[in-house]
Design a protein around this ligand. Structure first.
Ligand code: ACO
Length: 335
């Protein structure tokens, strides 16, 4: 571990990458499978299309592709990576961790790693975890990845949910830094609301059986309306808190990257915040749908590719997801 000039070790994002599968599934394609239509989906969610992974393309493959791009962007070699955290609710397998498969695929010969399960808040919790490891001095370089093959847990007979989700991955390289890059963070959960969003079976409570298959318990279950209301409240409250904790105001924020669940949720959150924040919100859910743990890093990396994030920009990220779980982080991008 290198000693930093003032003794304090900070963490900073040094690179970003993303990957989305080739196959595009449009709203019109979905209308052929369930009773829905493009107009309903666009006006209720803002989603026009989503990407769907090939049958033989897995979360670890998408995670690896995104991580490769992030490493190249950061100019970091795979064997410099000390820690790999993969935020996912669709790991390749219950174990081994997807992070191990990514470690092998990339050749990160010096890294340890694990998966982190916190649904759509997973990436921010993973970034928080990696930040702590770096600030403690135990880790110098971390790969923080969000990757999902949600198409594998989507009930394609349920129009209430199947129109929402997509597959993809995003990744950032976080490194020890002399200048602060992660400026503030706030995470929370409320397990009393665990039933609001869940995948009931596959774990030990409901191991796979003919009954769990018949009851369709291996798919996402969601109370859409309740989730919507909770999401707006926790994302707005968390945004206010992390911006204040960073010693900033919303005027100082260059880009807001919210979890890409629903355009109406993003609009409602922006409306609750001071200043005209909606133009500063990065939105790509129209093209990718809700990719859960992948949504924020996929958006971050795409925003950088499109020139919407430049070094030293102040970027506000907020997420909510199953748990109920939520988080917010303010960063100075590549400080
Ligand atoms: N096409 C057409 N009609 C539909 C569809 C569809 N795809 N889905 C539902 N409807 C119908 C409903 O059956 C209902 O009909 P009814 O009035 O006859 O009963 C009507 O449309 C209205 O349904 P609502 O649920 O009230 O629609 P709402 O405006 O709340 O939008 C939505 C639903 C999009 C799910 C919204 O509530 C939402 O986005 N909630 C948050 C979802 C979310 O963020 N989830 C995170 C999950 S991520 C994870 O954990 C992996």
């Amino acid at each position: 571990m290198h000693a930093m000039s003032n003794g304090k070790i900070y963490a900073a994002i040094r690179g970003a990458g993303h990957y989305a599968p080739e196959r595009v599934l449009t709203n019109d394609d979905l209308a052929k499978v369930v009773e829905t239509n493009d107009e309903w989906i666009r006006t209720r969610t803002g989603i026009s299309q989503r990407r769907i992974a090939r049958p033989d393309e897995y979360t670890s493959d998408m995670a690896t592709a995104a991580a490769r791009m992030a490493l190249a962007d950061a100019g970091v070699a795979p064997d410099e990576v000390d820690l790999i955290v993969v935020a996912t609710c669709t790991p390749d397998m219950i174990f081994p961790a997807t992070a191990c498969l990514v470690q092998n695929a990339l050749g990160c010969t010096h890294a340890y790693g694990f998966d982190l399960s916190s649904a759509c808040s997973g990436f921010l919790m993973a970034l928080e975890t990696a930040t702590g490891a770096i600030e403690s001095g135990r880790v110098r370089t971390a790969l923080v990845i969000g990757a999902e093959k949600l198409s594998s847990i989507t009930d394609w007979t349920k129009r209430e949910t199947c129109v929402l989700f997509g597959d993809g991955a995003g990744a950032v390289v976080v490194q020890a830094s002399e200048r602060p890059g992660i400026l503030s963070s706030q995470m929370g959960v409320d397990g009393a609301l665990a039933d609001m969003l869940s995948l009931p079976a596959s774990g030990c409570r409901h191991p796979a059986s003919e009954q769990t298959l018949a009851d369709r318990l291996h798919y996402v279950h969601m109370s859409g309306g309740k989730t919507f209301k909770s999401a707006v409240r926790v994302m707005a409250d968390t945004a206010v808190q992390v911006v204040r904790d960073a010693g900033l105001t919303f005027d100082d924020i260059d880009l807001m990257v919210p979890h890409q669940a629903n355009l109406r949720i993003i609009e409602a959150v922006a409306a609750r915040l001071e200043g005209d924040l909606l133009p500063k919100c990065f939105v790509n859910l129209d093209r990718f749908g809700n990719t859960s743990g992948a949504s924020i890093p996929l958006a971050l990396s795409e925003a950088q590719t499109l020139g919407r994030i430049k070094p030293h920009d102040k970027v506000l990220m907020v997420a909510f997801g199953g748990g109920l779980s939520w988080g917010g982080i303010v960063v100075e991008w590549k400080p």
